[in-house]
Ligand binder design. Structure first.
Ligand code: ATP
Ligand code: MG
Length: 761
């Protein structure tokens, strides 16, 4: 039956084909950008399904974003056709963990309808705990604790596993205790936060060997994309599922966390040799899972969120007899784009190093373009014009992306595009579901589906205004605490006593009755009708109807849009779950629109034309990485630049400006060192469109930008601003590294006042 080459294998190069066909045993595909790693994964699943090596439900595939999961599903459906029933377990680590936890919630002390808190709720809850501990929350902000806890969870560390020193990092040693209280409160609220999804799932596996054994036996094939960006918790999770020896360790109740990690670091966790002869029954019944990971060490960009590039570098130690396949042919980008990116990344030390080539050799192909502007408004205007020009030439907006270092850069483009009437979408960012009115509405829905959700309850108990002041709410909270019940249940009890004033009692009685009535309707009313009913009967819609502010009509439209968007889901619960998981809310996927996103969200994606604005010292590389001083932060920034450039198929346009407004403050800026590090042969410097008051861009000597702009006529020079790096770059206009603009490694920027609070994404 296997005589003819199946369709899906046609067109793959020999190495790709080998990666698809090596289905048994551990496999690592380690290769640069655009070499077809993701395509190999998709084809591999198709192969497993069409050869009937496993049922769909026996395949577990992990992608980095929900969007990537959807795309992979669509491609597999296309390749496999209608013949295969069901779909593999395909999603992000988080979404797969949710699916598993929902089935076994009781085993980790949750109920199956548990809520997933977002950062906002998390911070609000922590703030309450911090205040209750008598800690000054101005000095020790909840957000900082939230970050610490996230970091611990990324490393799969519970409150008792945090090293002494680390635990001191918050409020003079109260960090651990607050973490412990926080976890307790989450259980009472029947909730978990994002980090918990993995940690609780790991705990589930470790404490319930039979459950783990079931999943281990179920998943015959595990596939992981973007493996270079897995964190410790994800790594442990994968090992538990894929290694029978880990399953045995779990059965013997070995603790998770530091000890396991130490053992792994010491190499003690390699598969025992010859275990098939050892006569252990569980190893015989549970052969090693076939795990296939693909990734690129040069694209590791989530170190700041706990990702450990070591995971990929250590793969062949972790998985005995692992096959490692390298792919070297890039199918995505032109040779100029590929050379520019490959050259840039050679400035990093400690890489595995890879060869990359492309056959895409179009005589008209454009070099990577570098353009300068006066300020960010100019940058947005010029890029807007270029996009309109592309559109007139027949390019689809969908094939164009603007990739930014920091999300605050986005507003300028959004404003500009709204003015131009140019369609755009924000990928991977908080937008629609982050709006106040949407969050309020969702809070109502959450209380209806999950009456123990106190955070949601507190958010809306007095929205719209019902004359319930802080004192009343505190009384409810205290009552709930002392009785260890949810606040809504506390209300039910309190309205029967004299504890509250008569007016408050009447109001709360009505509200509690309403919630009970809405909850009764869940199973026999369409969820969109119910949602509309809740917003009407609670007075929430009316609140905005009576609001005379300029934003109110827009908010009402958003609420309508919310109800409309719910139609695509089966019920209120499914919808709420979707929203809590949607990290990448791509609005209007059907519209032809320019894609706006951060560089971090762009991983794995590709576009014909890519604009990379804001390549300035202090923004990119961002100030934090410069302040750190060491190499690692800067090298992660450079990898981010590598990711950015390699997203482009045909055109890559890099921009920098001389003046940027950051958090309302104008900052003078100098071009990013990454611009210096691009190879001259693949780059073209273009005149920007505007009038820069004597800031001409032109080749003077070895410096493609001309010498006048940054020294003589620059107002910032006169006010004492200098750019030593730039001068040095001119001095070594050609050096032995092959960069026409000099190698500025070791250069340290000296000006201060740069952006300090740029978010990682
Ligand atoms: P990244 O590192 O950016 O995630 P990747 O290695 O996952 O990249 P893919 O996205 O799988 O690369 O592939 C890049 C592009 O090359 C895609 O458009 C893909 O369809 C195409 N491609 C991959 N392999 C081949 C092939 N053998 N023939 C033609 N096109 C291919
Ligand atoms: Mg990929």
């Amino acid at each position: 039956a296997q005589s003819a080459t199946p369709n899906y294998l046609e067109g793959l190069n020999p190495e790709q084909r080998e990666a698809v066909l090596t289905t048994e045993g551990p496999l690592l595909v380690l290769a640069g950008a655009g070499t077809g790693k993701t395509r190999v994964l998709t084809t591999r699943i198709t192969h497993i399904l069409s050869e009937k090596l496993a049922w769909p439900s026996q395949i577990l595939a992990v992608t980095f974003t929900n969007k990537a999961a959807r795309e992979m599903k669509n491609r597999i459906a296309l390749m496999v056709g209608e013949t295969v029933e069901g779909m593999p377990w395909l999603g992000t680590f988080h979404s797969i963990c949710v699916k598993i936890l929902r089935r076994h919630a009781e085993l980790v002390g949750l109920k199956s309808g548990f809520t997933i808190l977002d950062t906002d709720d998390q911070v609000r809850l922590l703030k309450q705990l911090i205040q209750a501990e008598g800690v000054d929350d101005k000095r020790w902000p909840a957000r900082q604790l939230a970050n610490l806890i996230d970091g611990w969870k990324n490393k799969a560390l519970g409150p008792n596993e945090i090293a002494e020193g680390e635990a001191r990092a918050f409020a003079n040693g109260k960090g651990r205790e607050l973490y412990r209280q926080y976890q307790e409160r989450l259980k009472v609220l029947n909730a978990c936060d994002f980090g918990d999804l993995l940690v609780e799932c790991i705990r589930l596996f470790r404490e319930n060997p039979d459950v783990l054994a079931d999943y281990h036996a179920r998943f015959r094939y595990i596939l992981v994309d973007e493996y270079q960006d897995t964190n410790v918790a994800q790594y442990l999770w994968l090992r538990l599922l894929s290694q029978p020896s880990e399953a045995r360790a779990a059965a013997h109740g070995k603790p998770i966390g530091q000890q396991l990690r130490a053992e792994i670091a010491a190499g003690l966790h390699e598969e025992p040799k010859g275990n098939s002869q050892s006569g252990e029954p569980d190893s015989a019944s549970a052969p090693p899972t076939n795990i296939c990971c693909v990734g690129d060490d040069d694209q590791s960009i989530y170190g700041w969120r706990g990702a450990e590039v070591d995971n990929i570098l250590r793969f062949d130690k972790d998985f005995k007899d692992a096959t490692v396949i390298r792919l070297e042919r890039n199918y995505r980008s032109t040779s100029h784009i590929l050379s520019a990116a490959s050259h840039l990344i050679t400035h990093n030390e400690g890489r595995l190093g890879k060869t990359l080539f492309t056959d895409i050799d179009d005589p008209d192909e454009e070099k990577v373009r570098v353009a300068a502007g006066w300020d960010s408004e100019e940058e947005a205007r010029a890029i807007g014009e270029e996009i309109e020009a592309l559109q007139r030439k027949g390019h689809a907006l969908n094939d164009i992306a603007i990739l930014m270092r920091a999300s605050f850069q986005m507003r300028e483009f959004e404003d500009r595009f709204v003015t131009l009437g140019l369609n755009y979408r924000v990928v991977g960012g908080p937008r629609f579901y982050e709006r106040m009115e949407i969050r309020d509405a969702m809070a109502y829905f959450r209380v209806v589906t999950q009456p123990a959700d106190d955070l949601a309850f507190e958010r809306i108990v007095n929205t719209p205004k019902r004359g319930l002041g802080d004192t009343t709410i505190k009384k409810i909270r205290d009552h709930a605490r002392s009785r260890n019940i949810p606040m809504l249940a506390a209300v039910h009890e309190m309205v029967e006593t004299e504890e509250l004033g008569a007016k408050q009692r009447t109001t709360l009685k009505l509200l509690a009755l309403n919630f009970a009535r809405w909850a009764d309707l869940i199973d026999n009313t369409s969820h969109t009708d119910l949602a509309e009913m809740i917003l009407d009967e609670s007075g929430y819609t009316e609140m905005w109807q009576n609001d005379r502010s300029a934003e109110a009509p827009g908010r009402l439209d958003n609420l309508k849009e919310l109800i409309r968007s719910m139609e695509e889901f089966e019920g209120l619960r499914g919808f709420l779950e979707h929203v809590s998981l949607v990290m990448d809310t791509d609005n209007n996927p059907d519209l032809d629109a320019v894609n706006l996103m951060t560089l971090h969200s762009a991983k794995g994606l590709e576009f014909d034309t890519v604009f990379l604005p804001g390549w300035e010292e202090g923004l990119f590389p961002h100030q934090r990485s410069l302040d750190e001083g060491g190499r690692s932060g800067l090298e992660e920034e450079r990898r981010l630049a590598y990711v950015g450039i390699t997203r482009a198929r045909k055109n890559c346009h890099i921009w920098f400006v001389s003046n940027r407004r950051i958090h309302g403050q104008w900052q003078a800026s100098i071009p990013s060192r990454f611009i210096d590090e691009l190879p001259h042969a693949n780059v073209e410097v273009v005149e920007a469109t505007g009038n820069y008051g004597g800031y001409g861009v032109g080749g003077v000597g070895g410096n493609p930008y001309g010498s006048s702009r940054f020294h003589t006529s620059d107002p910032f020079t006169r006010s004492g601003y200098s750019s030593p790096g730039w001068k040095r770059a001119q001095a070594n206009a050609t050096d032995e590294t092959g960069s026409a603009w000099g190698n500025r490694s070791g250069h340290k920027t000296t000006y201060n006042g740069g952006p300090r609070t740029i978010e990682g994404e």
